[in-house]
Write a protein that binds this ligand. Structure first.
Ligand code: PEP
Length: 247
């Protein structure tokens, strides 16, 4: 399966930073054709300038969130059709930081996923356990529960990407062992059967402290179909090295 290297810039960078970083990634992508898909998800105000820089390159544009409604009285929110209009083809949904900071439940993530599909976006639905849940031996149950609650019916592999991101591995420099990653990804693949048509073709990304030094090992794990990269996606050379590991 063609892997996906996705960069989540989170709430980082002003216009000049984003344009420079995206420009470097676009340049590398034009010069070296990789055998993976490459995606950049900047903060919402940077979607248009970054999209302009990526135009004509093989690098796709994505957003970090959308609202469940198509339009209306939701001050400060961004609707999925606005993201499509800005040139996005992907949207990250249910990131653990949004689940924690904004109280996003599985039901909310599910409603947002429906909205994203309606707008023609590919939803990257994030799931993953906390350290407390991992220590309590609840990881697989948590992941099952999040999948059951966050995924609407009628999905197919073209419109869906899953990102497994252990909360305790995000931005901490800690990663699960290869055996732990393999176990959870196999479990996700199994759980998707029956939930999603052509479930074997759904890309399941690993996210959480992916860096150039561990990317290849992680990408070699069965059912790991790419990476969702936070901190390392803010450094062009590091993100590119991870993309190379995905290809
Ligand atoms: C993320 O937030 O999606 C992420 C994986 O962050 P980091 O790579 O910085 O751990």
């Amino acid at each position: 399966m063609r892997k996906l290297a996705a960069g989540n810039w989170k709430m980082n960078g002003l216009k000049a930073d984003g344009v420079a970083l995206a420009g470097e990634i676009a340049q590398r992508a034009k010069a070296e054709k990789l055998g993976c898909d490459i995606l950049i998800c900047p903060p919402a105000p940077l979607l248009f300038p970054v999209g302009a820089v990526l135009a004509g390159s093989p690098v796709a544009l994505g957003a970090q969130n959308c609202h469940a409604n198509e339009k209306g009285a939701h001050t400060g929110e961004v609707a999925a059709p606005m993201l499509t209009d800005a040139g996005c083809s992907y949207v990250i949904l249910g990131h653990s930081e949004r689940r924690a900071d904004n109280g996003e439940s599985d039901a909310v993530v599910r409603a947002k996923t429906v909205a994203a599909h309606k707008a023609g976006l590919i939803a990257i639905v994030c799931i993953g356990e906390t350290l407390q849940e991992r220590d309590a031996g609840e990881t697989l149950a948590v992941v099952s529960r999040q999948l059951a609650g966050s995924l609407p019916d009628g999905l197919d592999a073209k419109g869906l990407v899953i990102a497994y991101e252990p909360v305790w591995a995000i931005g901490t420099g800690r990663t699960p062992t290869i055996v732990q990653v393999a176990e959870v990804h196999a479990h996700i693949r199994q759980t998707l059967k029956g939930r999603v048509a052509d479930s074997d073709a759904v890309r399941i990304l690993y996210g959480g402290s992916v860096k150039p030094s561990n990317a290849q090992e992680l990408m070699n794990v069965p059912n790991v179909d790419g990476a969702l990269v936070g901190g390392a996606s803010l450094v062009a050379a590091d993100f590119w090295a991870i993309a190379q590991a995905c290809s």
